[in-house]
Design a protein around this ligand. Structure first.
Ligand code: IVH
Length: 672
């Protein structure tokens, strides 16, 4: 493709992708399948690789991440990023509103907003293009996290409509609860420490050095303020509410008044209604809020009211009281996970919290227990945050019993008595006895049969525990040696259930390689990494033979994963298990799907050069499988020249002379 043509095509693809991104992430209304979206993105990526000088720094390809930031640059804020004064009682809100009424002339409009619980961000746009995204820092200067912010799909890279030429928009980046849950499920499956809460992990993610990590986490952003010296006031109708809603026309995700995320009122009653509504309904939101924010709407009035040293007089935050209850710590138990990680859990005297009865609370790790200075039978404060399991946030030391015994973290495994280990820099203790410690054995097999791995119907965690305790199984391969009699003789096992288990096991031999690989439970190899490994190496033999250098060449595989994979395949026990699973008929190589259609009906192709994904013969076969015809030389009847690397120059000249489109392997794949 000529450079001029490529430039047009890059622009066309970027616009189309921006429109689809906005429809999906801002409007919640997608008009294209994921597959088609990826194809467009791939096309753009390819063109940008071919013509790097045409690649825009705000191209939709930047959404996927990939850039590494070793150290974030410090940026001085053009407008200081102040904080809000907080209030915890409705009386304080009434006093605030009275103060305002006394200082300026009525009528006054107030804007009620949600107080998103995330990380503040200031994003500047120049001529409609995202220029810089900076964290709050100390309010005067923050860190340049532009590369990471560009991967957040609801933040526009290119604005539309009648946006101001040079302005900054501020908002809150947060972890939607759904994405938070998904991230933690994935971390659990990978044997990684789970995130403690959405707010802290959003903040941690935003400071990640690898923007690819940010791209996969599913962060989101709501915007709540527009700043600029040359803001066209006419355009923004002089007021905050109107300006924020106007930003929607420029492509931003702004709070929806129809969902009562933002509301304009002129009365204190209106303010109280908003506070009461969200105090009661906040648990129904798909993200966390820790209060509401009240602002005077008119920019002129805001200016008149001004600022104190730390915060504006024209705004105030009302913070919800987090429901916190007191109860007694009865005991601490220690759970052993599939990777040997130890999780301390507090058993509590039953107490009602946020509409549910709470009996257990997470204690996370040894440091947390130490920090709380926890003693047995202490009266503890329990809160429910974004986590499913509530947490102990403090101790009422005044009520501590005399001679109360301090909770001391265990030194040995509660199941197998092995000495626990704790690696430097890790917060969890581990039981190193991976071969013989029962919960680790059960955990590995439970992971193997789980829905996203081998999805074996009919067996649950209880049955696995029973089989392990009766020494019927000790690794996943043992499952395939089980006989009907062995299964049916287990407690509470009927003939039908035993049969179902055997059928489930047989069915699992159809599960594709990447899921078998995921099911092996290699530490840090989650679903996505397993897919990448399977795609790159195609078979277990090739993966076993892969060197560290081979592994880190693969997308998303870093040092930690590469070492874990190598160690896994060095272990002779693991090798034996794989051999036995192979004998049982499980899939240990990728079976390339046959693509066939008639989309290329009547089209003549000339294939020339060397290709990266397929051999020339494979490509020729795909052309025929999809209704096309292979011809050996270029003529006026040729529809496409499919060009790989080192295509003969004579062919190139001839194709150009006859204006025959020259397409790449990627173009061809998207055609079929
Ligand atoms: S306005 C001059 N509006 O709360 C004050 N802040 O202390 C400008 N926050 O970390 C802030 N939701 O990021 C404003 N609707 C909202 C907000 C909000 C959350 C955060 C903000 C900052 C803190 C203010």
């Amino acid at each position: 493709m000529e450079k001029v043509q490529a430039k047009l095509e890059i622009e066309r693809l970027s616009n189309e992708l921006n429109v689809h991104n906005h429809a999906y992430y801002v409007e919640n209304d997608s008009k294209i399948s994921d597959f088609d979206f990826d194809q467009l993105l791939l096309k753009l990526q390819k063109l940008e690789e071919q013509f790097p000088e045409l690649a825009d720094e705000n191209s939709p390809t930047k959404r996927v991440g990939g850039d590494i930031t070793k150290k974030f640059k410090t940026i001085i804020h053009r407008f200081p990023m102040l904080s809000l004064s907080n209030s915890y009682s409705k009386e304080e809100i009434i006093e605030w509103e009275n103060r305002i009424k006394k200082s300026i002339e009525t009528p006054i409009e107030y804007v009620c907003e949600l107080k998103y619980d995330g990380v503040a961000i200031g994003i500047s746009y120049k001529n409609g293009k995202l220029d810089k995204a900076v964290t709050r820092g100390d309010g005067t200067q923050g860190e340049d996290v532009t590369t990471n912010v560009k991967t957040i799909k609801s933040i526009p890279l290119q604005l539309k409509g009648d946006f101001p030429f040079d302005f900054e928009i501020r908002g809150e980046i947060f972890f939607p609860l759904e994405s938070f849950k998904k991230a933690n499920e994935e971390r659990k499956l990978n044997g990684e420490q789970e995130f403690a809460n959405p707010r802290n992990s959003a903040s941690g993610t935003l400071k990640s050095q690898d923007s690819k990590v940010v791209a996969t986490r599913g962060l989101d952003c709501f915007l709540y303020g527009i700043y600029g010296e040359d803001l066209d006031r006419k355009n923004l109708t002089f007021a905050h509410y109107e300006a924020v809603l106007k930003a929607k026309d420029w492509g931003f995700k702004t709070p929806n008044p129809k969902l009562n995320y933002i509301h304009k009122t002129s009365t204190i009653e209106g303010i109280m209604d908003f506070i009461n509504y969200w105090d009661e309904k906040r648990a129904t939101l798909p993200f966390e809020i820790d209060g509401v924010v009240l602002k005077v709407n008119s920019y002129d009035m805001q200016q008149e009211l001004g600022f104190t040293a730390k915060s504006p007089r024209w705004a105030i935050a009302y913070k919800f009281k987090t429901e916190r209850v007191e109860t007694i710590l009865e005991s601490v138990v220690y759970q052993v996970g599939r990777t040997g990680a130890i999780t301390p859990v507090a058993n509590l005297k039953s107490v009602s919290l946020g509409g549910t009865t709470v009996k257990r609370a997470s204690l996370h790790n040894a440091d947390q227990i130490e920090k709380l200075n926890l003693h047995y039978f202490d009266t503890v404060y329990v809160e429910k945050g974004g986590e499913i399991i509530p947490k102990i946030v403090g101790v009422n030391e005044n009520l501590r019993k005399i001679n109360a015994e301090k909770v001391k973290y265990i030194l040995t495994c509660p199941i197998c008595n092995s000495d626990l280990t704790r690696k430097e820099g890790e917060s969890n203790h581990f039981c190193p006895n991976e071969k013989f410690c029962k919960p680790q054995i059960s955990g590995r097999i439970e992971h193997f049969i789980s829905r996203k791995a081998l999805n074996i119907d009919g067996i649950g965690a209880e049955t696995i525990d029973l089989m392990v305790s009766k020494s019927l199984i000790k690794d996943p391969a043992d499952l395939y040696d089980l006989t009907f009699d062995q299964i049916v003789n287990l407690e509470r096992m009927a003939d039908k259930s035993a049969n179902n288990i055997l059928i489930g096991l047989r069915e699992s031999t159809k599960i594709p390689f990447e899921r078998v690989l995921f099911g092996m439970g290699i530490r840090f190899v989650g679903e996505t990494v397993a897919k990448q490994l399977a795609k790159a190496f195609k078979s277990i033999e090739k993966l076993t033979a892969a060197s560290y250098a081979d592994l880190i060449l693969i997308d998303e595989i870093g040092e930690k994963i590469a070492i874990s994979v190598i160690n896994f395949f060095l272990d002779s026990e693991n090798k034996k298990i794989i051999e036995r699973l192979k004998k049982a008929g499980l899939q240990f190589e990728i079976i390339e799907k046959e693509i066939s259609s008639n989309v290329l009906d009547g089209k003549n192709f000339v294939v020339s050069g060397v290709f990266t994904k397929f051999t020339r013969d494979e490509i020729k076969k795909m052309i025929e499988d999809n209704g096309g015809k292979n011809v050996s030389s270029i003529s006026a009847k040729t529809d496409y020249v499919l060009a790989g690397e080192n295509m003969g120059p004579a062919k190139l000249v001839k194709a150009t002379k006859l204006s025959i489109p020259i397409i790449s392997e990627v173009d061809f794949l998207s055609m079929i």
